[in-house]
Design a protein around this ligand. Structure first.
Ligand SMILES: CC(C)(COP(=O)(O)OP(=O)(O)OC[C@H]1O[C@@H](n2cnc3c(N)ncnc32)[C@H](O)[C@@H]1OP(=O)(O)O)[C@@H](O)C(=O)NCCC(=O)NCCS
Length: 151
């Protein structure tokens, strides 16, 4: 599949919000994506297939740590390696900007995402009890001590 990664633009936001809404039980309000688009610490990426946004990622770069804020692949395009490739792209680009470590939170029931993070070498190092307000599910805290080398 001939997709590319590029920085999110204002024109992408409608599609990004749609992916967010279809992917999460507690989606972000659209205004959060507008805010992140302009936030100097944010790194906002999309996977683009012939002009269509098929995956999106927002990370926060805090000095030498990239914190994954939100990340999803459109349901029609899952299990095709796009999420993994976008995640790798985000980590690699954060590394080029000086990041050394990565951090994220994930629902404990989100087996697909947890599997992927483990593949990257993330380890679980904490949890926030009842973090998700829709069902009081715990958040698993995961971190990666060394960002990946180029493949
Ligand atoms: C998590 C998510 C982004 C993965 O995107 P994707 O494009 O389908 O991911 P990939 O095809 O690159 O798969 C990467 C790895 O994730 C894991 N994975 C993905 N879907 C899975 C599933 N349904 N069950 C188990 N593992 C799964 C596998 O380890 C897979 O590697 P493999 O194909 O070599 O086995 C996608 O499922 C999604 O958008 N989920 C809803 C939003 C979400 O949960 N985001 C993460 C919030 S922390």
């Amino acid at each position: 599949m001939n997709f590319i990664f590029r920085k999110m633009t204002l024109d992408d936001l409608e599609q990004v919000v749609a992916i967010d809404q279809i992917s999460f039980s507690l989606p972000w309000p659209a205004r959060s994506f507008f805010f992140e688009y302009d936030n100097p610490v944010s790194r906002c990426w999309v996977a683009d297939l012939d002009g269509r946004v098929i995956a999106m990622m927002v990370g926060w770069l805090f000095v030498d740590d990239i914190h994954i804020a939100t990340f999803a692949t459109h349901p029609d395009f899952r299990r095709q390696g796009i999420g993994k490739a976008l995640f790798f792209h985000t980590l690699k680009s954060a590394k080029a900007e000086g990041a050394r470590t990565a951090f994220l939170e994930v629902r404990e029931s989100n087996i697909a995402a947890i599997e992927m993070y483990r593949q990257f070498g993330f380890i679980e190092n904490g949890r926030r009890k009842g973090y998700y307000k829709d069902n009081q599910e715990d958040a698993i805290l995961m971190s990666l001590g060394h960002l990946p080398e180029d493949e």
